[in-house]
Design a protein around this ligand. Structure first.
Ligand SMILES: [Fe+2]
Ligand SMILES: [Fe+2]
Length: 323
């Protein structure tokens, strides 16, 4: 993936530094704004996934870069607490609390819009936003596996093995999404649209990395995964139907159709076997599970609200319209 263009002094300093050999970073301590913050975090986190073209792999653990990342994560975490409230222990069994949370429907429905009204150009934009995650779908949550034991570990593996197509490349969800992108004449290169998505899209991705890369947030990453699995079936049915309405064939909708099937099963495994077992093993982290789930849903809602507002204003939801 090519390094993106900076969005402020902080991202400029980090992107500039990464082009050279690992060395002590001197970067502004504060981002200019949310775009600058989220892009910088995204650039730093990618060092723990597939990396950036021409950037030395050793940067990932360069101490001054880790220090800068930790400082920025504090800012991001403050925003998350402002958005969903602090971590508090659930007042009922975790699976029940998650089911209740997943059932709360707040804000406008992007999936309804995509099913019934979106133009092909808008569907292409939607897929471009989502490609930042779907082309590495499941990867952030996989970081949780070695941090777990027993029933919770077995449960997350059961979910993840489906995400990775049971070890068959064409069935991997990351690969299925490429077929959707091909049908929409989009670039299937990993990270191709990072440069054009706004901070809200990057935040949706960064929150997974924030929780995934820190062992201390293992509860939150499980809650995040559970929230995704438990709110997936109905929207994915709507996305698939929307794409069929626009002429998409079985290949184009395979990604969405697969999620209607798979996530009906995953939501049960996630709530009871994964989060339920985890909260029984580590009751002190049950509040974190719920916090992670609330962050997942709130950031997705923030993103969907922004996309719909831009479309309703007759504008592109991307920083630059697609060619
Ligand atoms: Fe998936
Ligand atoms: Fe799933």
């Amino acid at each position: 993936m090519k390094l993106p263009s900076p969005r402020g002094p902080l991202s400029a300093a980090v992107i500039d530094a990464l082009a050279g050999a690992p060395h002590d970073l001197a970067v502004p301590s504060q981002p200019l704004d949310e775009e600058d913050l989220q892009l910088t975090l995204f650039v730093l986190y990618e060092l723990s996934y597939r990396g950036w073209d021409g950037v030395d792999d050793e940067w990932e653990w360069q101490p001054s870069l880790v220090a800068a990342r930790t400082r920025l994560e504090k800012l991001f975490e403050e925003r998350l607490v402002a958005l969903v409230g602090p971590v508090t222990p659930p007042s009922q069994p975790i699976a029940r609390a998650l089911i209740e949370l997943a059932g709360e429907d707040t804000g406008p429905s992007l999936s309804k819009y995509l099913r019934g009204r979106a133009t092909r150009a808008q569907f292409r934009e939607f897929a471009a936003h989502r490609s930042v995650y779907h082309l590495r779908e499941a990867d952030p949550h996989t970081y949780a596996i070695p941090r777990l034991g027993g029933a919770a570990k077995a449960a997350i593996i059961e979910i993840q093995i489906d995400e990775y197509g049971n070890g068959r490349e064409p069935r991997m969800h990351q690969e299925l999404f490429k077929r959707t992108m091909v049908a929409l004449d989009l670039d299937t290169t990993y990270g191709a649209y990072v440069d054009v998505v706004p901070a809200t899209t990057l935040a949706v991705n960064n929150v997974m990395s924030l929780f995934a890369l820190r062992r201390s947030r293992r509860g939150a990453i499980l809650g995040h995964l559970a929230a995704y699995e438990m709110t997936s079936t109905a929207p994915n049915r709507a996305y698939g139907n929307g794409l069929r309405r626009l002429g998409g064939d079985a290949d184009a909708t395979a990604f969405y159709d697969e999620h209607v099937e798979a996530d009906a099963v995953h939501e049960q495994i996630a709530a009871y076997d994964m989060c339920g077992s985890f909260a029984a093993q580590e009751p002190g982290l049950a509040g974190d599970v719920l916090f992670g789930a609330r962050c997942a849903l709130a950031l997705d809602q923030e993103w969907a609200t922004e996309v719909l507002a831009r479309w309703n204003a007759g504008e592109s939801s991307l920083r630059e319209p697609l060619p």
